[in-house]
Design a protein around this ligand. Structure first.
Ligand code: SAM
Length: 264
């Protein structure tokens, strides 16, 4: 018996992994976070499967399902939105399973931040512009450690992906403008990969008004950084004809010792 903690992807049922889909179709118990995971994802459960929406349940009730499945010798497909290791409230479930000796395994998924970047058609890391992506959230009802406040993170001017923050855009923009500048590009992707996906593009100065005009209040990724609009970034070294690495010799010169393909 095992609990499989499966990433369902950002919404498009085609974006669950093959492994995740196979497990949903095979497990006798399927429990999904119905607030964000679309019903189509669990529609492939076997006809005799127990399919449970956990959106109205407490942690104790969720763990009770795991215990009952363990006692019956049944595998569980525990389906979470996006990737289960990001803002998934999965750690507390794993901690309970560790205490109870219930085996589990995580099956990764496509996170909403990569789905949002895909919707925008942008790479989040660009040579010499930003080589760092910060995945975070603004402080709302859930506290954020002081060293991770947006004002602190902003000092790096890295590409930012903000989860769970769409209703806090006023605080977000106020915290970021001093370091990034009011003209810094921002994109909000609402329901990335879903049929009703919406994209709002703007700057730190005007994104709040634009998002409000669209009536967007939930399920959105906020992306911030110059990578969103830059066109004059440097080419990477990976495909530079003068740059050698493990898989290709330079046409001309420049064998940089000790470099690998990751050094692009
Ligand atoms: C509880 S967190 C879960 C994140 C998830 N584990 C992931 O990897 O995407 C929910 C937040 O993720 C973001 N999110 C989830 N699905 C999204 C989607 N399809 N489009 C845009 N943002 C999404 C929103 O910021 C939302 O408030």
């Amino acid at each position: 018996m095992r609990v499989y903690i499966i990433g369902a992807g950002p919404g498009d049922p085609g974006l669950i992994t093959v492994r995740g889909a196979e497990l949903v179709a095979r497990c006798p118990v399927v429990m999904y976070t119905g607030s964000l995971v679309p019903r189509e994802i669990v529609a492939s459960a076997r006809p005799d499967a127990r399919v449970i929406d956990s959106s109205g349940m407490t942690l104790d009730q969720i763990v009770e399902v795991f215990v009952e499945a363990r006692d019956a010798g049944h595998d569980v497909a525990r389906v979470h939105t996006g990737d289960p290791v990001l803002f998934g409230s999965t750690a507390e479930q794993m901690r309970r399973m560790d205490a109870l000796g219930i085996p589990y395994e995580i099956i990764p998924g496509v996170s909403s931040f990569t789905a949002a970047a895909a919707a925008l058609g942008r790479e989040l890391t660009l040579p010499e512009l930003s080589q760092t992506v910060i995945l975070t959230r603004a402080e709302g009802r859930t506290p954020v450690p002081p060293a991770e406040r947006l004002e602190e993170l902003a000092r790096h001017q890295a590409t930012l992906c903000l989860f769970l923050s769409i209703t806090l855009l006023k605080d977000v923009t106020a915290a970021l403008i001093p370091a990034y500048g009011a003209d810094c590009p921002v994109a909000v992707v609402h329901k990335a990969s879903c049929p009703d996906q919406k994209i709002v593009r703007g700057t730190l100065a005007n994104i709040r008004d634009k998002v409000r005009a669209e009536g967007i209040k939930s399920q959105s990724m906020i992306l911030v950084g110059r990578v969103l609009t830059s066109t004059d970034f440097a080419d990477s070294r990976l495909y530079d004809p003068d740059f050698s690495h493990r898989f290709r010799k330079a046409e001309k010169k420049l064998l940089v010792p000790g470099t690998t393909e990751e050094d692009s």
